[in-house]
Design a protein around this ligand. Structure first.
Ligand code: PLP
Length: 441
């Protein structure tokens, strides 16, 4: 939470409020881990009646100590004075719960700054609106989350924005070719999503960054943004591999309990300031209650994701050997999958874990896949991912139903493909459930 510094207090003629106790970030030389900092960073109980947990601040506006302070706030918010708002003004711009959340979100990836949004899509839309103008080109990896593809092609397209894409698994040469073509115009942004859904193809972020740096210089160099919803922040940290901006649907692993919808964006202060001023204008910030729920979620993020990852490894090892399974599309199997050497190489260089979301190809087609899905007793039949509970869905008939058949084929979205997100249940219970459901085919 921002507080007036002494000099700022001098300028406004008001005494600074009781200074927030700085959060503990290190003990001696030991820099604290993100999982430790999730319990208290950015919140001082002494400013809220000693409450161990932050209250939920349900207010639409904040009282200025005097008129000069109000003027100073607005100079910051409107950009007349650099540095942004240095206090709370109005709840479309910021609020205490959201600011604590943003402080903690950035820690996992050592981002300079972070922003919270009302959904993953509102985060992505605000990012695009803040950086793209008519005539610009967005270069992106494909496939993207369906709503993101719609936003780029059908909505931004209406405003004269162009796009070019390369397949998620593209080589450096293929990426170079697309970026060179795009470089004849103004490339506003390179937008990635890794692993791609539902193919699980990984994008070589390091190669994209090297290609961007070789082809563009100075002012024309576009930022690289990436949707890290599937593996972040535990198993993939794109800022360390050349990305500039990381986008999240916090609805998934970060929220983690399938009980909220929210989004996040992380990056350098300069990029985040640009995106923040768009968010201030259009009001895509998340509400205080959701921010509070996310603070609770972040306390167990590492526990939940670690357990889900361990469970997925056990479940996939079982499924892979099952006679009714054609193939398991799990990142943990790339290392010993013939023909997947390039993907395995990207995995080794970028990821620290295989996640808990994967594809399962049962022998047969839609009939067999549906029989399996309908027989599941623990796993729930629902779209989405990253929750405490295991979910299963059928992309061809559900999330990707509207994708044209030819594109479905190209992406490998077959009728026997089932999408699974493993939760934090007991792994052997999950194996028993998948075993009995496969027997029902
Ligand atoms: C769910 C999801 C989104 C959209 O997020 P919402 O919170 O539903 O708006 C974007 N990208 C990916 C990869 C997702 O899984």
């Amino acid at each position: 939470m921002p507080d007036l510094t002494e000099t700022e207090a001098d300028m406004t003629g008001v005494p600074a409020p009781a200074a927030a106790k700085p959060s503990v970030e290190a003990i001696g030389d030991r820099k604290l881990k993100a999982s430790t900092m999730m319990m208290g960073h950015g919140y001082d109980p002494s400013l809220s009646e000693g409450a161990l947990k932050p209250p939920i601040f349900l207010t639409s506006t904040f009282v200025f100590p005097n008129a000069a302070a109000g003027k100073r706030h607005f100079e910051g918010v409107t950009g007349k004075r650099p540095g942004g708002a240095d206090g709370l003004v109005y709840s479309r711009f910021n609020g205490p719960n959201q600011e604590i959340l943003e402080d903690r979100l950035g820690i996992w990836e050592e981002a300079e700054d972070a922003l919270a949004f009302s959904s993953g899509m509102s985060a992505i839309a605000t990012l695009f609106l803040s950086m793209v103008k008519p005539g610009d080109t967005i270069v992106h990896s494909g496939p993207l989350y369906a709503a993101t593809e719609t936003l780029i092609a059908r909505i931004l397209g209406r405003f004269g924005v162009h796009w070019l894409d390369f397949p998620a698994g593209a080589t450096r040469e293929e990426i170079d070719a697309v970026l060179r073509r795009a470089a004849s115009g103004n490339v506003a942004m390179i937008y990635l999503e890794s692993p791609a859904n539902p193919t699980n193809a990984l994008v070589d972020i390091q190669a994209v960054a090297a290609s961007r740096d070789a082809i563009f210089t100075g002012e024309t160099k576009p930022p690289i943004a990436i949707d890290n919803t599937f593996l972040g922040p535990l198993w993939l940290q794109p800022l360390k591999h050349g990305a500039d901006i990381v986008v999240y649907s916090l609805t998934k692993y970060a929220g983690g309990h399938s009980d909220l919808v929210a989004g996040g964006v992380l990056g350098s202060k300069a990029h985040i300031d640009t995106i923040r001023s768009m968010r201030n204008t259009i009001g895509t910030i998340c509400d205080p209650n959701t921010a509070w729920m996310l603070l609770r979620s972040l306390e167990t993020l590492e526990l939940r994701m670690s357990r889900a990852g361990e469970n997925a490894a056990k479940v996939c090892a079982f499924l892979r050997r099952h006679p009714k399974i054609e193939r398991v599309g799990y990142l943990g199997f790339l290392e010993d999958s013939p023909g997947m050497e390039r993907q395995a190489d990207i995995y080794r260089r970028h990821c620290t874990g295989a996640g808990s979301t994967f594809s399962l190809l049962v022998n047969g087609g839609e009939k067999e896949a549906f029989a399996f899905l309908d027989a599941l007793k623990i796993a729930k039949l629902a779209v989405s991912l990253g929750g405490t509970e295991t979910l299963a869905s059928h992309p061809a008939a559900m999330t990707h139903l509207s994708v044209p058949d030819a594109r479905k084929q190209a992406l490998g979205i077959t009728d026997n493909l089932v999408r699974i997100s493993i939760g934090v249940e007991d792994a052997d219970d999950l194996i028993a459930d998948f075993d009995q459901a496969l027997a029902a085919i």
